[in-house]
Structure formats: structure tokens, C-alpha cells
Design a protein around this ligand. Structure first.
Ligand code: PLP
Length: 392
């Protein structure tokens, strides 16, 4: 049996051909394949606009900038996430306030958000960053209601959930990243994610103004639009119109562009995204059935409609023992996540053990099992057998 990681990319011959074609074309970066990827991705998640960027962290940073996060702004997120969900607020000098998680869903608990908001004077908080952790979609309709009440924006961190969805109060399916409830949503195309482009990320939105701002911030804050220039035609060197070379840097942005060949890979991968989710759901169902009656299981991701299953988490007794035992058997399970508020960087800012009890208890027990579309039945059975034999 080959080593089994918790996640693995799936690169096919058609992916390779798509990249080769891009490499043979006139563009390595900023070519037509970026817009193609953006359009295909926007369609996939049912959003109006998409902006492809160099990675998911850059996507979060640009979102925080586009929403004008600044010194002293307070933003709520979950501690059970990759640090980038919180760090984007710090890049803009805002303060991160961690809510707690719901121990059943592992997602940011709406009630903990509500109590944070209710405990502070109005206007204390500027936004919320809920995370579709493990691929389970946050109920963004509920978050939107509370955001309206307190005048907050929402960035949905949907890195784990392209293709995921929740059902709203009218019974309608709402896809992760569709922009109906969140102002902005972000995705990552890191190799362990559903769609891999090497490094890569995407922001989706239905807001045209935010979309245009993101396009400019992605490239240094430069705009190329006659109607919006601030300097005069005369200064620009034109006579009665701006010369063709002219452009303006109107605010401080970055180079967060993706390359054309990465976009080509992303588009090619996107064509198999639905297939990949179906396979992930099959794997999840099999884990659930294998463990549902086991006394050593304290909790698990379960079988949830709309779940995109980036991860399949089980909570167990003797997590360290299981982790090491699986490694001895070449199964590389992983822990997602060490609570973000207890990272030394955030401890420095005042966070302490005991601050977010549900997240901390979850961390003591959680372990993410191998789940990726090319995991074979035989490999999954081997993982399940090894777990049973550890607890036998
Ligand atoms: C929930 C979450 N947010 C943000 C990111 C950052 O994405 P990237 O690694 O593409 O910068 C990740 C990636 O690991 C993630 O899992």
C-alpha cells in the first residue's frame, strides 16, 4: 500500500494539455485564460463576478482592503480555521475577535457572534468572516440577518467549499460563494483543495463596485478608465483625450495576479469539480457508516446535505495515539486546526487558553481522515480497518 495523505491533487492528461497550450501561447500572465477561468468559476458558484488572484490569502487581503478595514476595526471570525482567515484583518491593522464554534457543526457559532455584538456598543464591529470549515456551508442567511441588524459586512471564507451549498429559509439551494448573503467570498486553489492551480485564489461577489475595486487592487491600485482619471488630459500628455498608454495608480494595491497557465489548469480542473464532490460524498458516507456506532467516536463530520467534504473529521479519544499509529501504517491523517486564537501571535495580542472552550475541546480530539477524489475503495477500507484495529 502506497502512503495515503489526507488530501491529494488530481492532475489528468487534459489538465497537462491545457497548461501546455497556455505555455505555448503568447501570454504567460494576464492573458485571456484568466478571464475564462473567472467567468467559468463565477458560473460554477452562481455569482455575478469573479476575480482570480495569486492565492487564497491574497484574496482575503484584497477583500479586507476593498471593505476598507483599517486601524482599530474589529472583525469576528472563527478560531477553527487556517490563520489566513484572521490574518487578513491584521494586514489592514484591524483587530480580530474570535467567536466560538458550534460543537456539532464545527462552524462559527451564530449565538457566540450574537453575544459578542450584544455586549459592545453599536458600531464596535465592522464585519464577520465565517468559514465554510471542512466544506460544510455556513448558514449565511442567518449571518446576513445579524449583519443587517448591526450594519456589518460579511466575507465568506469558502476555501473548503467550492460546490458546497446550504438550503435557505424558503427551501432554495444557496451555493457557497454565490454572493446572495455575503458581500464577498474567497476560494483557494492550493493542491489539497477541490480545484488545484498550484497556488491560486478567487474572490466572488455580486457587487459591481467591489468587483472593480478588487480588479484595481490586484494590480497595484492601477486603473485604466478615462472616465475616472484624476490627473488632467494635459498632464497626461494628450490633446483632447488621454493618450492610449495612460493609466493611473490611485491607491496602494499589490501584485496579486495569477498567471495564465495556472488559470488554464484551474479551468481544466473546474470541469471535473462536480465529479470530485460526488466522490468525496461517497467517501464521507462510507466513513460515517463505518464509525456511527463506535464508542471511541466522540463526533464526526457526518452526512450533511450540501457538504463539500474538503475534510472528513472525526473526534476521538487518544487522538495522539491514533495519529501516530496511522503514521506507522503510512496513513497521514492531519489536524485541522490548532485554534487560531492560541497561536503565539494571537496570544501576544491577549488571547488565552479557556477563551473559546468549544474550539479548544474540539482541537483536543479532532483528526482529519484521508479524503480526495482518487482515494480508492481499497485505500479507504484500509484506513477504516486500521482505525478499528487501533481501538480494538
Ligand atoms: C480556510 C482557509 N482560508 C484561507 C486559506 C488560504 O489560502 P492559500 O493557501 O491559497 O493562501 C486556506 C488555505 O489553506 C484555508 O484553508
Amino acid at each position: 500500500m502506497k502512503p495515503i495523505p489526507y488530501g491529494r491533487q488530481n492532475i489528468t492528461e487534459s489538465d497537462i494539455q491545457a497548461v501546455i497550450e497556455a505555455l505555448k501561447s503568447d501570454y504567460l500572465t494576464q492573458g485571456p485564460r484568466i478571464k475564462e477561468f473567472e467567468d467559468a468559476f463565477a458560473e460554477y458558484v452562481d455569482a455575478k463576478y469573479a476575480v482570480a488572484v495569486s492565492n487564497g490569502t491574497a484574496a482575503l487581503h484584497l477583500c479586507a482592503m476593498a471593505l476598507n478595514v483599517k486601524l482599530g476595526d474589529k472583525v469576528i471570525t472563527t478560531p477553527i480555521t487556517f490563520a489566513a482567515s484572521a490574518n487578513c484583518v491584521r494586514y489592514c491593522c484591524g483587530d480580530v475577535v474570535f467567536g466560538d464554534i458550534d460543537p456539532n457543526t464545527y462552524l462559527l457559532d451564530l449565538e457566540s457572534v450574537r453575544s459578542l455584538l450584544a455586549a459592545s456598543p453599536e458600531g464596535t464591529y465592522s464585519g464577520i468572516i465565517p468559514v465554510d470549515f471542512a466544506g460544510r456551508a455556513v448558514d449565511l442567511e442567518a449571518f446576513r440577518n445579524i449583519a443587517e441588524e448591526y450594519n456589518l459586512w460579511i466575507i465568506e471564507d469558502a476555501c473548503h467549499a467550492p460546490g458546497g451549498s446550504f438550503t435557505d429559509s424558503t427551501g432554495k439551494e444557496q451555493k457557497c460563494g454565490n454572493g446572495n448573503f455575503a458581500d464577498l467570498a474567497i476560494f483557494s486553489f492550493h493542491p489539497v483543495k477541490h480545484i488545484a492551480s498550484g497556488e491560486g485564489g478567487m474572490v466572488t461577489t455580486n457587487d459591481k463596485e467591489l468587483y472593480e475595486r478588487l480588479l484595481s487592487l490586484r494590480t497595484h491600485g492601477i486603473i485604466k478608465s478615462e472616465d475616472n482619471y484624476e490627473n488632467s488630459i494635459d498632464f497626461a500628455g494628450g490633446v483632447d483625450q488621454y493618450p492610449l498608454w495612460y493609466m493611473e495608480m490611485q491607491e496602494l494595491g499589490y501584485n496579486y495576479r495569477i498567471t495564465d497557465f495556472q488559470a488554464a489548469l484551474g479551468t481544466s480542473q473546474l470541469k471535473r469539480a462536480d465529479e470530485g464532490i460526488l466522490r468525496r460524498r461517497e467517501i464521507a458516507l462510507k466513513y460515517f457508516d463505518a464509525f456511527k456506532n463506535e464508542p471511541f467516536i466522540l463526533g464526526q463530520s457526518g452526512v450533511i446535505e450540501g457538504h463539500a467534504y474538503h475534510l472528513y473529521v472525526i473526534e476521538v479519544e487518544d487522538r495522539l495515539g491514533l495519529y501516530n499509529y496511522l503514521r506507522e501504517h503510512k496513513i497521514f491523517a492531519q489536524i485541522h486546526y490548532i485554534p487560531c486564537h492560541l497561536m503565539p501571535y494571537y496570544r501576544e495580542l491577549g488571547w488565552e487558553e479557556g477563551d473559546r472552550p468549544n474550539a479548544e475541546t474540539y482541537y483536543k480530539n479532532c483528526i482529519s481522515l484521508p479524503i480526495f477524489p482518487t482515494l480508492t475503495n481499497e485505500e479507504q477500507e484500509y484506513v477504516i480497518d486500521r482505525i478499528h484495529s487501533f481501538y480494538a
